[in-house]
Design a protein around this ligand. Structure first.
Ligand code: FES
Length: 155
């Protein structure tokens, strides 16, 4: 997109404009370095309770609104490649202390950085010779909201 710098959106805060609608909202940067692609609309995000899962540019992602900020992260847990935001209520990760907590083994990924916070797969059973593997951060993507309510991620 011409004239748009990824760096200029990093960490930016919601900037209200006349009428109270945000002009653009962008959040932390990320591993994504492709093109801005539509993930959802503001309406869809609201209908989802501040959360939307989507497949964009071949990536499974979710957008989460938390404390007035938007975050976009991979929807594939780096432990066993299961979704953090699934189709059913029991497969919904919870937001805990600014992290997305995997619904399966409770690994917490920082919404801003994707880094693992706390113990890796704390509820995963101790299986001899298998172990839990090494902690791996969750890919994150820059995200922004346009004036028309479209929410895009740099994927
Ligand atoms: S699948 Fe997410 S922590 Fe195990």
């Amino acid at each position: 997109m011409a004239g748009v710098s990824t760096a200029s959106f990093r960490g930016a805060l919601r900037a209200p404009i006349a009428g109270g609608r945000p002009s653009r909202l962008a959040v932390r940067a990320a591993s994504g370095s492709g093109e801005w692609q539509k993930v959802c609309t503001r309406k869809e995000l609201s209908e989802g309770g501040g959360r939307v899962r989507a497949k964009v540019g071949g990536e499974k992602v979710f957008v989460q609104e938390f404390e007035g900020q938007l975050y976009c992260l991979s929807n594939v847990c780096t432990h066993l490649s299961l979704p953090l935001v699934g189709r059913t209520p029991i497969l919904q990760g919870q937001i805990v202390e600014g992290c997305m907590e995997c619904p399966l083994h409770k690994t917490r990924f920082d919404l801003k950085t994707g880094e693992v916070k706390g113990e890796w797969a704390p509820t995963f059973p101790e299986i001899p010779f298998v172990g839990k593997g090494d902690p791996k951060p969750l890919p994150t993507f820059s995200v922004r909201e346009n004036e028309d309510g479209t929410i895009e991620a740099l994927i």
